[in-house]
Design a protein around this ligand. Sequence first.
Ligand code: AVJ
Length: 319
Amino acid sequence: VLAHAAPEFLARSSQAPSSDLLELRDGLLDHPAHIDPKFLYDSLGSSLFTAITQLPEYYPTRCEAEIFERHGNDIARHIGPVQSMVDLGAGDCVKAERLFASLRPRHYLPIDISADYLQTAVRRLRLSYPDLRVTAIGQDFSHALALPSSVAAEQRLFFYPGSSIGNLSPDDAHAMLQRIHAQCEGGGLLVGVDRVKPKQILEPAYDDALHLTAAFNLNLLRHVNALLDTDFNVDHWRHVALFNTSRSRIEMHLEAQRAVRVNWPGGERAFSAGERIHTENSYKFTPQAFTDLLQSAGYRDIAHWSDSRGWFSVFSARA
Ligand code: AVJ
C-alpha cells in the first residue's frame, strides 16, 4: 500500500512486506541457501555500496561516468526530449543528477528499495533544483513497477545505470526489460551494462584490498537478523567472490567458517563448515549479447557507447 510520508514522497511502510520475509526464509532453507541481493541495501548497506564505488578496484562507476562525460551530447541527442526521468535504484541520485544539464527533465522520479537513504538524497536535490519536480518512490521494483498515475507517459525515460540489471538472471532481466518497455512506449531506456573481461580485473572489483565488499556482503546477515529475528553471527562467516566463466557472472557467497546453527522464531538451519549462502550474481555482457536481449524485449533504435578501455557500455534504446 502506498502512503504519503511527505509531499511527493511515496513509500511502502518501512517494514518489509510479508512476501519478502517468506522469500527470505525459503531461501535460507534451500540447498544451496540463497538470499536475494536486494536485501544488501539497508541503510548501512547503501552507504557501504557508495563507499565501494570509490575503490580503485571497483571500475564500473568510474567507467560509466567517463562514458557520460565523453559521449553525453551524443547520448542526449539519441534520447531526444525528456519529460520525465524514472531512475531505477536511484540510491544517492548522483548519477541522474549529472545528466540533468544535458537531458533537462521536467519531472524526476527516483525509485529505491532503501527509502530512508533515498529521502535524504532527495532532500538535497530539492534544494539544488528548485524548478525540477521530484517524486521519490521508496519501493522494491524487482517484481512490479508501479508509477503514480500523474506521470506523463509521453517522453518518459527509464534510467537504469550502474549495471544493476546484471543482478538479474537472463530470464528475469528479459522480464524486467519487457516491464519497462510496457511503461515507456514513445519513450526510451538508458541502461548501463558491465562487460565480459578477464577474471584478473573482475574478481578484485568484488574482493577489494580494504575488504569493503566483504563488509557489504556480511552486512546482509545483520539485515536478515533485523528482518527475520535470526541469530547469524557475522564472525562465523567469510566473503567469497568468484567469476563463473561459463555463466558469465560474478558470484558472491557467504561461507560458514565452521559448523553453524542459525535459529529464528519457528525455524532453524544448520550449515556445515565451508557451506555457502549465495548472495549475489552480477552478470557481464558482450555488446552483442545485450543488444540481442534488448531486441528480444521489443526495443528498437539501439545504440551503445563505451569507455576508452571497453570495460563498460551504456545503451540507449527506444520503446
Ligand atoms: C549495484 C548491482 C551494480 O553488481 O557491481 C558491488 C553491486 N556488489 N559490489 C554490482 C555490488 C558487490 C553492484 N550493482
